[in-house]
Design a protein around this ligand. Sequence first.
Ligand SMILES: [Zn+2]
Length: 455
Amino acid sequence: MTLRLIEGGRGSSDAPGLLVHGAAQVATMAGGIRRGADQGDAAVLDAAAAGGMASPDAPVVACWDGRVVGVGPRDEVERGLEASGFSLSRFARIDADGGLVTPGLVDPHTHLLFAGTREGELVLRQQGAGYLDILAAGGGILSTVAATRAASEEQLAAHGRRWLDEMCAHGVTTVEAKSGYGLDLATELRLLEVAFQLGREGPLDVVPTWLGMHAVPAEFRARPDGSDAYVRHLVDEQLPGVAAQGRARSADAFCEQGVFTPDQCRRVLDAAAGYGMAIRIHADELAPSGGAELAAELGARSADHLHSPSEAGIAALAAAAASDSPVVATLLPATSWYLMEHEPAPARRFIDAGVPVALGTDFNPGTSPTPSLPLVVSLACIGMRLSPAEALAAVTINAAQAVGMGEEVGSLEPGKAADLVIWRAASIEQLPYWAGADLAEVVIKRGRVVHRRGG
Ligand SMILES: [Zn+2]
């Protein structure tokens, strides 16, 4: 069948349809959450295998009114659209020009909103100071808390827009955003409200998470029972206020030796689940602390960091992995890199155990000030030995699952949000290969071009 080339829609901003063609590869990530050997299956449609990019069988992605309506061989997709009553003339065309097309990336772990910067800590760490040394000296999270409490809603929103723009330019279309630099009800509510409003403003989806249990704030540290008193404050005051506000979809807690114990985390997270919130845990970042075990016990959506899980913790996540809603291991290699740790999280052990793995930036002012999820993909391939396809699953479908949006984003399948990226790279393998390069050529969110490289 001869393909009729339709150029009429090009550049027309009111055409509700979009047809992306000319891709060397389309990594659809279709087929749901990835675990075990499937983590490396990117469900790729390859133009060369279909007879070349000019072939009527070359892969295309068709979008209508913000949704994917067709993915597959060009001829087949176009005939399918016409048979369903779509007029092909209403589809604007975008030529991927031999690039790779993937779903829009999902960053499942960020501390998007804060005030102030902490570049001085990089030098302290070069001199040998550890994370908990800096925290004990009143630096770390607590210095950011002081600056964030003093920041207005407008200042926080301006900061959020700046960094969401940057994430978008790196191919990210959905961002989880934690509170946790307020540690009092008023500031936590302000952070969650700003995160929610940034998502409403668009173009990126922003998924707010309450992380009141990030650290014990200074006003409680002065008390002999400070840590337990803060836990009571979280359960009795912060959480009811956060639940009444209704912006946070999940509750998160920092389960770590020297921060909060598993028992303390269980009290707060159980209470949050009672309000209908999903659970996430900062687990075993610095030392085996029972975080992975607690995530499995509570049926958390995500256990994050997992740099230093115990054997029992790995076994607990493996046991939970076969269920319909497994705990996603959300690994954050930029943080380990930035903290000058030589051993990465045991990503291969999780994959071998069938635990679905996601990757996030952990964007924050102290331990991972990078907004670049593609850089994290490179770090994961180099440091953790993930294959490029495994890493891509970790920042698309598995990351979407980790933030509770697996039915909406993270893969290119009919019915899902038309979130996709055209990369200036010819294959999945080239994504981690050009480490640190600016590869996102065109970023499309809900069927609309929201970023063009250099544009
Ligand atoms: Zn974090």
